[in-house]
Write a new protein. Structure first.
Length: 75
């Protein structure tokens, strides 16, 4: 399973490099294309709760950076 993140930046917020550093520290890979970042789960079955927990962690890690987040999780 994979969880993708799309980031929308604000000129009033954190820099792209700061966001990249924070997300890669969490285990995300930069993914140029439709989605900006991807998190590779190391298992096939991921519960809804685990995905929500990951989203919560990302929100907390990027708090105060004035970015908008969009998530998608696929098989």
């Amino acid at each position: 399973m994979r969880t993708f993140v799309i980031i929308t930046f604000s000129s009033e917020g954190g820099s792209a490099s700061q966001v990249v550093n924070r997300l890669t520290d969490m285990g995300f890979d930069v993914n140029l294309g439709t989605h900006d970042f991807v998190y590779h789960w190391n298992k096939k079955d991921v519960s809804d709760g685990e995905v929500i927990e990951l989203v919560d962690k990302v929100q907390k890690k990027l708090q105060g950076m004035n970015v908008m987040l969009q998530f998608a999780t696929t098989q």
